[in-house]
Design a binder for this molecule. Structure first.
Ligand code: ACO
Length: 162
């Protein structure tokens, strides 16, 4: 099992993983237009943390780090159907938090969670209360109806992964 973080940087191998992840999102997030998924996953401002097992993408999280604002917006999060509820979603989120803190120097995540994923995000430390100052995020993330805005504070010291 391997966790990697890639951006569409023109490297063939990275592109192959990103296409695999895009296909998982397209299946697992049927309410999202496929073109929108492709656009964000392939966008150079977005990064994707992925779980890879036996040389196959099992799932991932695509997010946009707003470096100057020190927060990240999670756009998509999914684990392939037959690998859900095995703990991969939790480990993935922990890798994301560690990477976002140590590489991007972010302090918070925001996401519009689907109704049925709110329970998962709560278990990952997200809340419906938004503590982050509005002027740090307003105008950066777009309003999206059909989702609930949730926030997670990244601990400055906690080791999220071994
Ligand atoms: N609702 C409530 N609780 C959940 C859900 C859910 N939809 N999914 C998982 N959990 C719980 C698990 O029971 C587990 O609880 P436990 O720690 O008490 O045992 C905990 O959350 C973590 O479970 P994992 O096994 O780590 O989660 P998994 O690998 O299944 O990944 C995920 C969770 C990503 C939500 C996955 O189920 C999935 O891909 N679902 C379909 C797509 C989806 O809804 N994605 C999120 C949309 S919102 C967005 O993308 C911004």
């Amino acid at each position: 099992l391997k966790f990697v973080c890639f951006v569409n940087d023109g490297v063939d191998e990275h592109m192959i993983w990103l296409v695999g992840l895009k296909n998982i999102f397209a299946r697992q997030l049927p309410n999202m237009p496929k073109e929108y998924i492709v656009r964000l996953v392939m966008d150079r401002c977005h990064k994707s943390v992925m779980v890879i097992r036996n040389n196959q993408v099992v799932g991932g999280i695509t997010y946009r780090p707003y470096i100057s604002q020190k927060f990240g917006e999670i756009a998509f999060c999914a684990i392939t159907a037959d690998e859900q509820v095995k703990g991969y979603g939790t480990r993935l989120m922990n890798h994301l938090k560690q990477h976002a803190r140590d590489v991007d120097h972010l302090t918070h995540f925001l996401t519009y969670a689907d109704n049925n994923a709110v329970g998962y995000f709560i278990k990952q430390g997200f809340t419906k209360e938004i503590d982050l100052d509005k002027d740090r995020w307003q105008g950066y993330i777009k309003d999206y109806d059909g989702g609930i805005l949730m926030e997670c504070k990244i601990d400055p010291k906690l080791p999220y992964i071994d």
